[in-house]
Design a protein around this ligand. Structure first.
Ligand code: FES
Length: 200
């Protein structure tokens, strides 16, 4: 695993929005007294949804709110690669590079990211719009190769369909999620192959 540490440039402080603060209080209230630390990952995830990444002041804020040592929260952020420790683009493309996706063309998807976004993973485009990185299996192997952008997955990709996807995001569109070919979810390509007869 690559070395993970805080970005060199950090904001002076961190604060949840008023709505998120209400949400945070509700999460913490789910756990019995003394077990509030159980809310740490949901809180960090909500912070990342709000800010786009996890800063040092954010870790400090979460640790203080949950009564945890700073190092315990820092360990969690550095362990789970889903947490970004530096700013990423508004559209952060996570390309699965694990074996099934690699065998089905992930390397060609990475070439598209290198040419259309940035030569180096995690570099953010000048307009702050795009960044990319290679990640481990995202659990959609049956529709390999695929990418994840925040909470959505885009599957059965080719270099051409990934280029179209990125162009659509650049135009401010919200492209269709899931398989990018004629496939319903993880069903066979082109339609059902079994259980096609209806018997009375
Ligand atoms: S190997 Fe790519 S989603 Fe599992």
């Amino acid at each position: 695993m690559a070395l993970r540490r805080f970005a060199a440039e950090q904001p002076a402080s961190f604060a949840f929005t008023a709505d998120n603060l209400v949400w945070v209080d509700k999460q913490i209230a789910k756990y019995p007294e003394g077990r509030q630390a159980s809310a740490v990952i949901p809180m960090l995830w909500r912070a990342q949804e709000q800010e786009g990444w996890i800063s040092e002041p954010c870790v400090r804020w979460v640790a203080e709110r949950l009564g945890m040592p700073f190092i315990r929260v820092y360990e969690i952020v550095t362990f789970y690669t889903m947490f970004h420790m530096a700013p990423v683009g508004k559209v952060h493309v996570q390309v699965c590079g694990t074996t099934p996706c690699m065998l089905r063309g992930a390397e060609d998807l990475i070439k598209v990211c290198k040419s259309k976004i940035a030569a180096t993973a995690k570099d953010v485009t000048a307009d702050g719009m795009f960044s990319w990185e290679e990640v481990e299996c995202l659990g959609a192997c049956v529709n390999a190769p695929m990418v994840q952008i925040w909470s959505d997955t885009y599957e059965d990709l080719t270099p051409e369909s990934l280029e179209k996807l990125l162009d659509a995001f650049a135009r401010g569109e919200k492209p269709k999620t899931g398989p990018q070919i004629d496939r319903h979810m993880s069903a066979p390509e082109g339609g059902p192959l079994t259980l096609t007869e209806v018997k009375s």
